[in-house]
Ligand binder design. Structure first.
Ligand SMILES: [Zn+2]
Length: 315
C-alpha cells in the first residue's frame, strides 16, 4: 500500500473496512455504511479482494478506494456517525451549515444514494437560492447581517462570495436549474478574476461564464433604468413638498449605491430591494411611488434572470 494517513477522527479500532479518499484512510463499519446506502451495501456484497494480497489491505482489512476528496468524505462520515442524518429533528437544525458541507451532502448524497443528506442540501440551497423573487434575500449572503433581520430568521448556509460560482456548478451537475436565477445574480457581484479562475479550473463552463457576463450587463442596464427614472421624475405628482423630497430621495439612493458592498452596479437588486429602512424626509406619496417603482424594477430584473437561466418554460 502506498503512503497514506489515518483520518484523525474516523479511524475506529473496531472498524471493519478501510475507505481511502485521496491518501486519507477512514476505518469505519460496513454495517453503518450499508444501513444508509444501497451503493455501499452492493459494494460490500461483492467478493472482496484477497486479504493475503498486501496491496489491498490495511491492518488486515479490505480497502475501498473512492474518488471523493477526503474532506467531502469526512463530512459524510460525520453525518452518518454524529447525527447529521437526523438534523431536522435536532435542536441545531436552524444553525447554518458551511457551504463545503452542503456541497459534500449533495455530491456524495447523490452518488451513494444517501437521500436524507441530498435532500438536506437541496432544501438549504433552495432557501438561499429560491425560484421566486419574493423569497430571495440577498442579505442571506452577507455574514455581517444579523440573522434576526432576515426574512427566514435564520441562515441555512454560511457561504462566502467565492462559493457562489460553485452553486452554478452544482445546479448544472445535479439538475437543479431552478437555483440559477439567484445564483447568477449572486455571481454578478463576484470579482471577475474569481469567475475566470472558475472557468480555467473547469468548475463552470465557458457558456456559464457568458451567462454571468450577460447577467451583469442586464443588472447594470436595469440599474440605469432606475437611475433615469429617478432623474426624470424624482417625486410623485401628489408630493407634499417636492424640493424636500427630491433632496431626500437623491441623497438616499446615492448613499445606498456608494455604500454597496462591491460598489458595483451589479448590486442593484440588493440595493433597490433594500426596504429595511424608510427614506428619511420622504412624504407618503413619494414613499408609495418609490415602493411601486422598486417592485416593478425588481420584477423586471427577476424575469430577466429567469430568462437568462433558460427557465422561461417553467414560469
Ligand atoms: Zn414627496
Amino acid at each position: 500500500m502506498n503512503e497514506y494517513t489515518r483520518h484523525q477522527e474516523f479511524y475506529f479500532h473496531d472498524g471493519n473496512v478501510v475507505i481511502m479518499a485521496e491518501k486519507i484512510a477512514f476505518r469505519i463499519h460496513q454495517g453503518v455504511l450499508s444501513r444508509h446506502s444501497t451503493i455501499f451495501q452492493d459494494m460490500f456484497s461483492l467478493p472482496q479482494p484477497s486479504t493475503h494480497d498486501e496491496g489491498y489491505q490495511i491492518d488486515g482489512l479490505p480497502v475501498v478506494h473512492v474518488s471523493d476528496t477526503a474532506d467531502e468524505f469526512a463530512h459524510v462520515v460525520a453525518a452518518l456517525y454524529d447525527g447529521g442524518l437526523n438534523l431536522r429533528k435536532s435542536s441545531n437544525y436552524h444553525q447554518p451549515l458551511p457551504f463545503s458541507v452542503v456541497s459534500a451532502y449533495l455530491r456524495l448524497g447523490s452518488k451513494y444514494h444517501l437521500d436524507a443528506l441530498r435532500e438536506e442540501a437541496i432544501d438549504r440551497l433552495k432557501l438561499c437560492f429560491p425560484t421566486q423573487l419574493k423569497d430571495y434575500d440577498p442579505n442571506l449572503f452577507d455574514a455581517t447581517t444579523p440573522t434576526q433581520s432576515l426574512q427566514l430568521g435564520w441562515r441555512p448556509i454560511s457561504i462566502s462570495r467565492s462559493d457562489f460560482i460553485e452553486v452554478i456548478g452544482l445546479a448544472r451537475s445535479f439538475d437543479l436549474r431552478y437555483l440559477l436565477p439567484s445564483a447568477f445574480h449572486a455571481c454578478v457581484r463576484m470579482n471577475a478574476s474569481l469567475v475566470i479562475d472558475a472557468v480555467e479550473s473547469s468548475r463552470i463552463s465557458l457558456a456559464d461564464l457568458k451567462l454571468i457576463m450577460v447577467s451583469k450587463d442586464f443588472c447594470h442596464g436595469i440599474f440605469l433604468v432606475y437611475s433615469n427614472l429617478l432623474a426624470l421624475k424624482p417625486t410623485s405628482e401628489n408630493c407634499a413638498d417636492p424640493v424636500k423630497c427630491r433632496e431626500a430621495i437623491t441623497r438616499h439612493e446615492r448613499s445606498a449605491v456608494f455604500s454597496s458592498s462591491t460598489g458595483s452596479f451589479g448590486d442593484c437588486l440588493e440595493h433597490i430591494r433594500d426596504e429595511s429602512h424608510a427614506v428619511d424626509g420622504l412624504c407618503p406619496a413619494c414613499c408609495s411611488m418609490r415602493k411601486q417603482r422598486l417592485e416593478q424594477i425588481c420584477t423586471h430584473l427577476w424575469k430577466g434572470l429567469v430568462s437568462i437561466s433558460g427557465l422561461d418554460a417553467l414560469h
